[in-house]
Design a protein around this ligand. Structure first.
Ligand code: SR1
Ligand code: MG
Length: 421
């Protein structure tokens, strides 16, 4: 790690007070003597250090990038500049959907650290779905967030010089995009070194990896991801990137931000709700299972409805960019409703493809998800993961037939009844 910027050093519980105590704004939020601050390292993600720092008047979160992938260790170096992209994504998301992302109090590029709002008593949505905890307003917030950030970061809305400058800025987030291009789109489909999967899935995995038609469609979706920079994506919008209480929802962790196709964030999010759904038989008692699975599907369907409603509203009220200008439609007395319908259908078709691929990679590639990974009974786990894999394949191959959220939900319900192991 010899080419680290001068002055960069990973924070520790012992050094954090002395290193951040000199920041007036941050210190006054926490209060008291930095030497007495309570500092806890709480990071359980795949990449970074995360601390909660508390004092007499408040708490903050300090997130610092490490020069490598935390999940793997220093054999996989990763540039510190991901903190720069996360900071810039947070400022844009805060402007495009106020109140949904944590407030930023301080950014230090050389230290690759962001000091931000401590969300409390919020907990990670993925854990809440495993624990059977419901959250009010989840679908509205997530559907609107995905629609607002997609629309307001694109040439439908922004002055195109600003959109192009941002696209250029985020184009440099090369290494994080490389993780997505590799771990999400490529590794699941061959015996890549970092992969692992439940042994009972071997026949299903062999079938998937020999499905040339499906792999071809996945490459089509990778082409969309890598080449169609139409808006600023969150880039990693899964249930581990959402924090909730019983009635409040925040979106965190946009370090994978890049310019890409609008359907990507929506598809990733839907996949993670579907995986939570398929995993429920391992986490609920027989008496609670149906109620909670139905609730997850209702939220999934409502996310799609909230996305469509908000995108439609923005189309009517905020279409100020170079695309589909009012001068060509409304100002001529011509309706733009058919164009809107076409745009939403194209986003949905992409979302279905990305959804299927995310359902594959969380079971086959490096970074698995806790709802499957915590199932100790391997036979049960393989059976539930197989339903998820097979539905993912169906979405990738037949995304044009999954015309709307109702069709997606019906497909999930049918795969939930099937046995592939
Ligand atoms: C090595 S990083 C693995 C995964 O963790 C992040 O949250 C992203 O989802 C990435 O694909
Ligand atoms: Mg993350």
């Amino acid at each position: 790690m010899s080419n680290l910027p001068a002055g960069y050093a990973p924070l520790t519980v012992e050094t954090l007070g002395a290193r951040l105590g000199g920041l007036k704004d941050v210190a006054s939020r926490i209060g008291g003597d930095p030497g007495t601050w309570d500092v806890r390292e709480v990071g359980d993600g795949n990449l970074n250090l995360v601390f909660i720092v508390s004092g007499p008047t408040g708490s903050v979160v300090v997130k610092q990038a490490l020069p490598y992938v935390r999940l793997v260790g220093d054999s996989w170096p990763l540039p510190l500049k991901r903190a720069f992209f996360e900071y810039h994504a947070l400022t844009r998301q805060a402007a495009r959907d106020p109140g949904v992302v944590p407030g930023v109090y301080h950014f230090d590029e050389a230290q690759a650290l962001i000091v931000m709002e401590f969300l409390t008593p919020h907990t990670i949505l993925r854990g809440r779905l495993i624990a059977g905890q419901k959250t009010g307003g989840l679908a509205d917030t997530l559907g609107r967030f995905a629609a607002r950030t997609a629309f307001r970061g694109s040439d439908l809305s922004l002055p195109t010089a600003e959109r192009k400058a941002d696209a250029a800025l985020f184009l440099a987030n090369v290494e994080l995009c490389d993780i997505t291009e590799g771990l999400v789109f490529t590794d699941p489909y061959f015996d890549a070194e970092r992969n692992h999967h439940t042994a009972g899935l071997n026949p299903v995995v062999a079938m998937l990896r020999s499905d040339v038609a499906m792999k071809t469609q996945v490459q089509h979706m990778l082409t969309r991801f890598a080449s169609n920079g139409e808006t600023m994506l969150h880039g990693d919008l899964h249930t581990g990137s959402v924090m909730c209480t019983g009635d409040d929802v925040k979106v965190i962790d946009p370090e994978f931000a890049c310019y890409g196709p609008m359907g990507f964030d929506l598809g990733m999010m839907l996949a993670n709700f579907l995986m939570a759904y398929f995993s429920q038989p391992a986490h609920r008692s027989a008496s609670d299972l149906k109620d909670f699975q139905d609730w997850i599907l209702l939220v999934t369907q409502d996310i799609c409805a909230a996305y469509t409603d908000e995108f439609t509203r923005l189309w009517h009220d905020e279409r100020t960019g170079i695309l589909y200008p009012r001068s060509l439609f409304e100002d001529q007395g011509h309706s733009s409703e058919a164009a809107l319908t076409q745009k939403l259908a194209a986003i949905w078709q992409d979302a279905m493809g990305f959804c299927g691929i995310e359902m594959h990679r969380r079971v086959l590639s490096l970074a698995h998800n806790a709802e499957f990974e915590t199932i100790e009974d391997e036979t049960l786990r393989a059976g539930l993961e197989a339903r998820n894999l097979m539905m993912g394949r169906d979405l990738i191959l037949n995304r044009a037939d999954t015309a709307d959220a109702g069709a997606l939900i019906a497909l999930a319900q049918s795969y939930n009844e099937r046995d592939f192991t």
